[in-house]
Write a new protein. Sequence first.
Length: 385
Amino acid sequence: MSYDDDDYPADTFPKDFGYRAYNQDGLELEPNATGNSETKPRILLMGMRRSGKSSIQKVVFHKMSPNETLFLESTSKIVKDDINNSSFVQFQIWDFPGQIDFFEPTFDSDMIFGGCGALVFVIDAKDDYNEALTKFKNTVLQAYKVNQRIKFEVFIHKVDGISDDSKMESQRDIHQRSSDDLSEAGLNQIHLSFHLTSIYDHSIFEAFSKVVQKLIPQLPTLENLLNIFIPNSGIEKAFLFDVVSKIYIATDSSPVDMQTYELCCDMIDVVIDLSSIYSSEETAFDSGSSSLIKLNNNTILYLREVNKFLALVCILREENFNRQGVIDYNFICFRDAISEVFELRLKRQKQLENNGQDDDDLLDEQALIRHGHDAGGISRAQPIN
Ligand SMILES: Nc1nc2c(ncn2[C@@H]2O[C@H](COP(=O)(O)OP(=O)(O)OP(=O)(O)O)[C@@H](O)[C@H]2O)c(=O)[nH]1
């Protein structure tokens, strides 16, 4: 088994969206400006053979249609994929072959789990998952020994076509058994997160959004900004989307309703598809991008470009859109605040690189950044009434 870098042959994101290092204005940075691939947080995709690991990676990050995954070949060695879509979302995904054996001499646990931010373990809900649970336990034990900061995420996958009751029952059973296994091994303190997923609906994007959000040290700042922007603008819910992958990197702290998320995702598709018809692919999403869709239930979807890779999609009542000027003014405050967060992050990243520290140290800066923005950024937003 080899761990070489691989030039993944399948179709990737349009090159025009660029998967290199950019600042908030979309200007390309020096190759080292946001850290090289070795210092990027890593998300590992592990699980049994045919559980759906490669399909997840292809559908979420390479725009493959779910039906095409039927023809994917089994992965025979670790496949590394660099995700560089925005200055906030930068990580590597390592897709592991299902048959990987931790006790093989070539398996270098320190190297693999050392720089890992999150470990996504995929369990096929339609299959007998006894063996998968044993493998999961061994994986967690091995990984935790090397790196105690890893976030463990379990995707109970392929839940399409399964009734809601069975989904809940599988989740309860898997949760119970895996927690019991870890307690028996004396590791009660490990926190596991569970997600019900399928590539045939938006659940996989939602679950991956939550995984990625945990790797963004600025998440509380972004949530805070949205929490201030929303009530002052008469908006019900807003998502800050990475346009290419449709992962939302932040939302306000009100609960996420799946239907609202799906509507917002679909809006991005509509905007990009329509604008591609009338423009070249490079300019399908640019600084002028904005869109308004009126639904037949007195609701409005409003999209605004935040930077080259990020869009804010809001959902609000039609009557609240009467004062669009206030919403737009507040949006500009919000966008300015986001760009300040970017600048601070870049500055800090450069400092850390010069000092030879790693990116996790940014977490310690979190409170500092947040206070800075509470005082001077979005809090200047105008109330809508
Ligand atoms: N119904 C359903 N099928 C899925 C889903 N995700 C993946 N599959 C199917 O599961 C099969 C295996 O998918 P892969 O992505 O190749 O699985 P893998 O875990 O990468 O497999 P290995 O490379 O052998 O470890 C394919 O036929 C996919 O179409 C899902 O959400 N629902």
